[in-house]
Design a protein around this ligand. Sequence first.
Ligand code: TXA
Ligand code: MG
Length: 317
Amino acid sequence: METIIGNDIEQAAKFLRYGALVAIPTETVYGLAGNALKEATVLNIFHVKERPVFDPLIVHVKGIDDIHRFAKSVPADAEVLMQKFWPGPLTILLQKQQLIPDLVTSGLNTVALRMPAHPLTLALLNELDFPLAAPSANPFGYISPTTAEHVYDQLQGKLPYILDGGPCSVGVESTILGFENDQPVVYRIGGLPVSEIEKLIGPVSVKPNASSNPRAPGMLKSHYAPSKPLYFEKEENLALMNLSGNGALICFENFKTDLPFRQFPLSRDGNSSEAARNLFATLRELDKSDFDFICAIPFPDEGLCKAINDRLLRASQ
Ligand code: TXA
Ligand code: MG
């Protein structure tokens, strides 16, 4: 199959109406999208991504008004969060309506819903009379794509169209929030800092580990991983590891160190949004490079940098 990269929304919509897959830009990462209401298409998403069917997909919707078609009840806190943060990097888990195939939710009774903040994808969703199931458009377990070229590099020949919306503005996946006994719980730290959520609805608990939440296996410990070894450790621990060979060091901003590795600061002036935007592209670049291994040191544990630390930790396991 020939894979075309373009920005023709009509063309993308046509493929999706036929039941084919299209890669879509979002503000977080590119998604591998298909008609969420059509089981054969959803099955093909799992197949192309080589993803186990026990790992459920996010359903992308065009607006808040739409969600009652897909969700049975909407807690007041969810409503407040959607009003404030949609479109944006927040996915909300709600009781699913029957219309959503069990395959999408891996048999769970909740569905993950998100309204992405990208003009091309919102325009596309408005052309369609169905929502889009879309995992990140990378082979299962690998680094998520933040440009159309990243998608092409890995999935060319497996889908007819990549809608090119430029580099993703946020660069890490959405924050995932659900409810347990009506209490809000964050299951994946992501593009919307938990502190922003708490400003609106008060304290939320954070449970970002697959082990404590086997029902959401996508938060698997090892994920977002390059093929090269990646060591995510404090500077002093890296120094003690006696790593031999040619290493690349991912860090927040330039800093003085005796570590014998070339530095790759994600933001020269310590801006967390810029760092998040650069994270996955830098990991990919280093994975393709001649370096023997990649090191990374923890980022300050606040705001968007928490999501960066989470991804680096999983990538290193
Ligand atoms: O930013 C994003 O969320 C991107 C863009 C494309 O929207 N999508 C994304 O999808 O990161 P994916 O499939 O790579 O990650 C979705 C995560 C998985 O960890 C999955 O386990 C979890 O969402 N998930 C989906 N439905 C769920 C559910 N009903 N309950 C618990 N976790 C769920
Ligand atoms: Mg993913």
